[in-house]
Design a binder for this molecule. Structure first.
Ligand code: ADE
Ligand code: ZN
Length: 334
């Protein structure tokens, strides 16, 4: 193992962009399809894996929503989350803020409570047994209408103690942040923070809208911000973090190859860039794989990797004291 890979393994990390449904490994998908007697269009784990070739975001989302159909009971959401936490432990991810897509499940007749209780119980066990701290972010599906998002927010009300923020994901192009301005206003009134996917496939204008209309604390992806100099200036000045997902961007053809990725340029421009895994079961790797492939292709230094990690702790929704304690742990290994 080379020096950078060793360094990445030792580096304490925070993950800020992870869809829990995107951590459903083919093995668990297969097991749950049998346990719950849900038919999936694959005969084996190998067949599932072979289907993971994507041309763009939508071609991935079609398979991702189909895969989620095996999740029915609270224990399924628990198992899914627990398996992800074991990967965190392996990769020295000590804090994680995970997205879940309630509408993917409530639209199939699964109750909001079933979903969030399974996830939340696993996260509590993750804190107790693995020492991993965490937060939950509820994502609205942007291909659905704002009324459906309002209904979901209503269902979330008994669980506000478990949710730190709302986010916006799914098919970006044609579904600008402005479509969800009112429901984000309502979420903020309820005391929730806000984030949104923007500038993954969509234009810089969507990032402006996420900032101005949805008042987001972070931009998820945001790699297209470099197309707009004024926007970069704003993001730098206001220290708005970007939760970048390098392997995802390659798998979904946002960049052709990792050497073409703009991650290093984002850092060099002074943006608060972070490295995350997005949907690791579908995109070929968890946090250390994302850090390693990005570092090797873009020749990132240990200092840049440590900065990426500290950016993530500082961009997270934990207290200032916790941020300092985690950042001190990063400094200790430098
Ligand atoms: N849902 C899961 N992964 C996503 C991504 N990369 N972009 C938008 N929506 C998503
Ligand atoms: Zn995402």
């Amino acid at each position: 193992m080379n020096e950078i890979t060793e360094f990445i393994k030792k580096l304490p990390k925070a993950e800020l962009h992870l869809h829990i449904e995107g951590s459903l490994e083919p093995e668990l998908m297969f097991k749950l399809s049998e346990r719950n007697k849900v038919t999936i269009p694959f005969k084996s784990v190998e067949e599932i894996r072979a289907a993971y070739e994507f041309d763009n975001l939508q071609s991935f989302l079609d398979i991702y929503y189909a895969g989620a159909a095996v999740l029915l009971k609270e224990e399924d959401f628990y198992d899914l989350t627990w398996e992800y936490l074991l990967r965190c432990k392996e990769d020295n991810v000590i804090h994680t803020e995970i997205f879940f897509d309630p509408q993917t499940h409530t639209d199939r007749g699964i109750s909001f409570d079933t979903v969030i209780n399974g996830i939340d119980k696993a996260l509590k066990d993750g804190k107790e047994k693995l020492g991993i701290s965490s937060k939950i972010i509820l994502c609205f599906l942007r291909h659905l209408d704002e009324e459906a998002a309002f209904k979901t927010l209503e269902e979330a009300k008994p669980h506000l103690d478990k949710i730190v923020a709302v986010g916006l994901d799914s098919s970006e192009v044609g579904h600008p942040p402005s479509k969800f301005q009112k429901v984000f206003d309502k979420a903020r009134e309820l005391g929730l923070l806000t984030v949104a996917h923007a500038g993954e496939e969509g234009p810089p204008e969507y990032i402006w809208e996420a900032l101005d209309l949805l008042k987001v604390s972070r931009i998820d992806h945001g790699v297209r911000s470099l197309e707009d100099e004024k926007l970069v200036q704003r993001l730098v000045e206001e220290k708005i973090p970007l939760t970048v997902c390098p392997l995802s961007n390659i798998k979904l053809c946002v960049f052709k190859e990792m050497k073409d990725h703009n991650y290093r340029e984002l850092l060099n421009k002074g943006l608060v860039a972070t490295i995350n895994s997005d949907d690791p079961a579908y995109f070929g790797g968890y946090m250390n794989q994302n850090f390693t492939e990005t570092a090797l292709a873009l020749e990132l230094t240990k200092e840049e990797l440590a900065l990426s990690s500290k950016n993530a702790f500082n961009a997270s929704f934990i207290s200032d004291a916790e941020k300092k304690s985690f950042c001190d742990q990063v400094d200790a290994i430098l």
